[in-house]
Design a protein around this ligand. Structure first.
Ligand code: ARG
Length: 463
């Protein structure tokens, strides 16, 4: 049977649709991923139709049984998606009618594909965003585990990628811990925005059947039903919210990736990736490339692109449903898939990454990383900070000209600059002390970092 003679609306038309239009119009090649949500949603709808006596209870029971059979067969691959079907909704409905006959034709009572697709997509977003959240929680655990090993590991902190002030590797990693924590919160918000049940909105103007919307919402685990039928069928804010939240996840993963790429270069050599998470070169035998991190950074672009696609797709749509909205799926699915594979690769990569603490420490001892502390030393003795800053600026210039570090400068020289300098200046500019004295809340001192670790663990526990 050709797809044309099968069209539901064929009797309204004198002619058949062009083959090219069927291909162009069809979404089953990508929306088949919604099969489970479509079936679960239809089961809830059918039960409600039966309960409300809109269709006979026996028909509802037979629909439910038929749909359960389809779900089972799709899950164990004994039923294949029909590539000629218009979309997943049409495919399942026609498969149902083929299996159970007349009763199958009653499933779509009081429902439109417009509220149906909105429902499926909301169920799908809730499921997938919850999965992404689980992955982010795992990622937090890996970050925490690495950080716990490196509370005392001094590394250079940078601004402008120029050595700035000393931090610990734990402190640096926990910055990502905070980003991921915000991502988790953002995903929770997405789930909450998505938690609205649209069935009962019909095509756009609700329905004349006495549907029990609350009952459907309860069966499907939604916290509320949509408040306006026009909005309910044409709202894709939740898709955009999800894609935005996923863009933020990728942005954070990409920033970390960029650092990993730098850190695993010969010039930095702060970390070494496990062989399982690096690749070689086809020509240069010495190479060990951080491809995973580069791909995460690269794939961030497509996730941003998906967000842009959705914003642009929605901006000119009059109420209510328009077919443009079928374009929401590939963008959303691609973002979900990309974040999933990025996290799947990134989590074990960070978990197995070896940290070269000595190299970090060595890098931190360069670049006058303790210059601020030297100025603070004078300030704490009563010199206004701006004056102290000027004195140390001159000293740094002198050191650079003479190829010296701040530690190399003899006390007499310090005292020539300002008589308030005493022997304890060397203690004040000692790297470890520079870090340990920054024990302000949120700072890099081991004590502060331990508090950050405890709090982060508590936050994760609550999520
Ligand atoms: N495949 C369509 C989509 O993804 C389903 C909704 C179709 N509704 C319609 N009025 N043609 O948006």
């Amino acid at each position: 049977m050709s797809a044309d003679t099968h069209k539901l609306w064929q009797r309204r038309f004198a002619g058949t649709s062009a083959k090219e239009v069927d291909v162009f119009n069809s979404s089953i090649s990508f929306d088949y991923v919604l099969f489970e949500e479509d079936i679960i949603g239809s089961i809830a709808h059918a039960k409600m139709l039966g309960k409300q006596s809109i269709i006979p209870e026996e028909d509802a029971a037979s629909i439910v049984e038929g749909l359960q059979g389809i779900l089972k067969d799709l899950n164990n691959n004994s039923l294949a998606f029909d590539p000629n079907a218009e979309d997943i909704h049409m495919f399942i409905e026609s498969e149902l009618t083929e299996r159970i006959g007349e009763a199958g034709k009653k499933l779509h009572t009081g429902r439109s594909r417009n509220d149906q697709v909105a429902l499926d997509l909301r169920l799908y977003v809730k499921k997938k965003i919850t999965e992404a959240k689980t992955q982010l929680l795992q990622f937090e655990e890996v970050i925490i585990a690495q950080a716990e090993q490196h509370v005392q590991t001094i590394m250079p902190g940078y601004t402008h990628l120029q050595i700035a002030q000393p931090v610990s590797f734990a402190h640096h990693l926990l910055a990502y811990g905070q980003m991921i924590l915000r991502d988790i919160t953002r995903l929770d918000e997405v789930i909450s925005h998505t938690d609205v049940m649209p069935l009962g909105n019909g095509a756009l103007a609700g329905t004349t059947y006495p549907l029990d919307r609350q009952y459907v919402a309860e069966q499907l685990g939604f916290k509320e039903v949509s408040a306006n039928s026009l909005d309910g069928v044409s709202d894709r804010d939740f898709v955009i919210d999800a894609t935005y939240a996923l863009s933020m996840v990728m942005m954070h993963l990409s920033r970390l990736s960029e650092e990993i790429i730098l850190w695993s270069s010969q010039e930095f050599h702060f970390v070494e990736l496990d062989d399982a998470f690096a690749t070689g070169s086809s020509i240069m035998p010495q190479k060990k490339n951080p491809d995973v991190a580069e791909l995460v950074r690269g794939k961030t672009g497509r996730v941003y692109g998906n967000l842009q696609t959705l914003l642009a797709m929605m901006k000119g749509l009059p109420l209510a449903y328009n077919k443009d909205m079928q374009e929401d799926k590939e963008a959303l699915f691609d973002s979900i898939r990309t974040v999933d594979i990025a996290l799947s690769a990134m989590i074990p990569m960070i978990e197995t990454m070896k940290v070269n603490s000595e190299r970090m420490r060595e890098a931190a001892s360069k670049g006058f990383i303790n210059a601020t502390d030297c100025a603070d030393y004078l300030t704490k003795k009563g010199v206004p900070f701006r004056d102290a800053y000027g004195v140390i600026g001159g000293l740094v210039k002198d050191c650079i000209d003479n190829n010296l570090t701040m530690e190399d400068v003899p006390l007499e020289k310090y005292q020539l600059l300002n008589p308030l300098f005493e022997e304890d200046v060397y203690e004040a500019i000692d790297l470890k002390n520079c870090m340990n004295k920054r024990n302000i809340e949120g700072g890099p001192a081991p004590d502060s970092v331990k508090v950050q670790l405890t709090r982060l663990k508590e936050e994760i526990e609550r999520k």
